[in-house]
Design a binder for this molecule. Sequence first.
Ligand code: NDP
Length: 294
Amino acid sequence: MTAQLIDGSAIAEQIRAQVKAEVAEWVAAGHPTPGLATVLVGDNPASAVYVRSKQKACAEAGIQSFGHTLPATASQQEVEDLVRRLNADPAVNGILVQLPLPAGLDEEGVLSAISLEKDVDGFHPVNMGRLAQKGRDPLFVPCTPAGCMYLLQSVQPHIEGLNAVVLGRSNIVGMPVALLLVRANATVTICHSRTRNLADVVRQADVLIAAVGRAEMVRGDWIKPGAIVIDVGINRVEDPSRPKGYRLVGDVAFEEAKEVAGFLTPVPGGVGPMTIAMLIRNTLTAAQWAAAKK
Ligand code: NDP
């Protein structure tokens, strides 16, 4: 079998184009331009790259972005004060605090300070809690997990009753994606570093979401023939033949998996581009809610 690839870049591009058209319509109707504030604390180069690409995506979609940077030495109070100022700023509809925060800062405290209505990353403990509760809905769903579900449901809209295995239980990917799968009525197994017989568990998966951050850990013979495999991992492996000296691979051994899976996301070009598409979609939604509240 040769898996059909799920082209995250193309799907994300369609979402971004759609958001751009909706923003233009929204503004033409006399509403203020939607705005996203980014908060970057410290000088982690990868975080700076992520923030820049989010700002660029906003600009392309006609969304205003407000970049705020604080030094790594910023105190908890200073970061939370900035968040509170942004909460009070009517030009800001969404607030994105780039994670991870420098050591010493309390991430939960900062995320909890974000107004629920502006929590476009969906990491506020109340939004996460609502995601886990039956009969409740979060205002925003975290962007990477939402992107995984979008890709999955682009090839299999009905996942009710399917066996879904999630590798990883982090707050930003594994746990929320598992909760979304449960909400979609899949039967979900969450695996982590203490899981025994991992390959055997993975072999039961009709749907596999891999989010462990271990290069090509999932081998082809772990995958159930025909399974849908969503690879969230972004891992650098040395490759002297590349100009940068490395290439990016997922958590799944792509060449092996594509001989077994039914559908598979590539790395790069799978889940990665979806995160930003979901972020700008959430920002527009936040602007619409803010206007409806007035
Ligand atoms: P974390 O390091 O926070 O979590 C990794 C999870 O994998 C943990 O739950 C850990 O278990 C589990 N794990 C680690 N090693 C193993 C193992 N050998 N066997 C089974 N489980 C294991 O990572 P993130 O969730 O933040 O990210 C995961 C991957 O997704 C990374 O490659 C990251 O770069 C990528 N990513 C991609 C994004 C995108 O595409 N936009 C966005 C965010 C992340 P335990 O809990 O027991 O420690």
